[in-house]
Write a protein that binds this ligand. Structure first.
Ligand code: ADP
Length: 265
């Protein structure tokens, strides 16, 4: 039946018998599809009104001469909050695109060197006052198969998180190298760190260790959820090691079959 979705599980049963359990999950997967469509549609519909609001805010903010300070303050805050909402919607759209991504990972080779160069430029722009020492240790030859836009989201989310959750004068290290036949990516910081009890839930949508703090950083609360889905799509998963007050290490390992060898190799 093409309209049904089944889940299968095989179990050993006694000495020489197997038990096949077939579960009809059509309803669950149908509801899940509806949820994804709904989120994608709502996000898309919210984009237009927000663009209009932002446009008018810019017009109003351009001519502030003679306007009382309280009005300027209000316009400023409205601008900040509108941009936050735009970021949130952008992340919701990225997430729903990745969740239902059918793009094949073996079709394109990602030039990771170029990808990290671009992220490094963005990170430096954000790190204008040299608050942090950011070190990129990247093997320029190491290329992988995958979806470039997704991999860029994953890596930059982890790097920008390290910057957000590390107090000034922190040290952040980004590593991309071969490790026992696989490709290894890590972001290490000596920032806030995370208590053990939170680690398991970090990749849930909107899960935050410290809500007030995260709101100040302007994050959407979807960053690690995006990372999780990207990695799932690339046959990998996110690992975290963290000690409160000492810092965190977020890393993942891409399996050997994703490494793109040069002709010469
Ligand atoms: P947010 O937009 O809130 O940063 P994320 O999904 O990217 O959302 O991260 C979820 C939460 O994980 C953050 O709110 C923060 O509490 C915690 N977190 C993420 N990265 C780090 C890090 N490098 N150091 C400490 N805490 C972190």
């Amino acid at each position: 039946n093409p309209h049904k979705t089944f889940e299968y599980r095989m179990m050993e049963y006694g000495e020489d018998q197997l038990l096949l359990i077939v579960r009809d999950v059509s309803r669950v997967s149908h509801l899940e599809e509806m949820r994804k469509d709904f989120v994608a549609n709502v996000s898309h519909e919210l984009k237009t009104p927000l663009t209009v609001i932002n446009g008018y805010l810019e017009v109003l903010s351009a001519s502030t001469e003679g306007t009382p300070p309280i009005v300027n303050k209000a316009l400023n805050e409205m601008g900040t909050q509108t941009r936050r909402m735009q970021n949130l919607i952008e992340d919701l759209l990225i997430l729903s695109r990745i969740e239902s991504s059918a793009e094949r990972i073996f079709e394109n080779v990602i030039d990771m060197r170029a990808l990290f160069q671009q992220i490094e430029m963005e990170a430096n722009a954000l790190n204008k006052d040299r608050q942090h020492e950011i070190v990129f240790k990247v093997d320029p030859e190491l290329k992988v198969y995958g979806v470039e836009s997704e991999m860029r989201s994953a890596c930059s989310n982890l790097i920008f998180n390290a910057m957000h959750y590390t107090p000034p004068k922190g040290h952040i290290e980004i590593i991309w190298k071969r490790r026992s036949g696989s490709a290894y990516f890590a972001v290490k910081d000596n920032g806030d760190g995370i208590e053990d009890k939170h680690l398991r839930r970090l990749t849930e949508r909107f899960y935050r260790v410290d809500k007030a703090r995260s709101r100040k950083t302007g994050g959407s609360g979807l960053g690690l959820s995006i990372v999780k889905h990207v990695l799932h799509h690339h046959n990998a998963h996110l690992e975290v090691e963290s000690v409160v007050g000492k810092g965190s290490k977020f890393y993942f390992i891409l399996p050997p079959e994703l490494i793109a060898l040069d002709e010469a190799d």
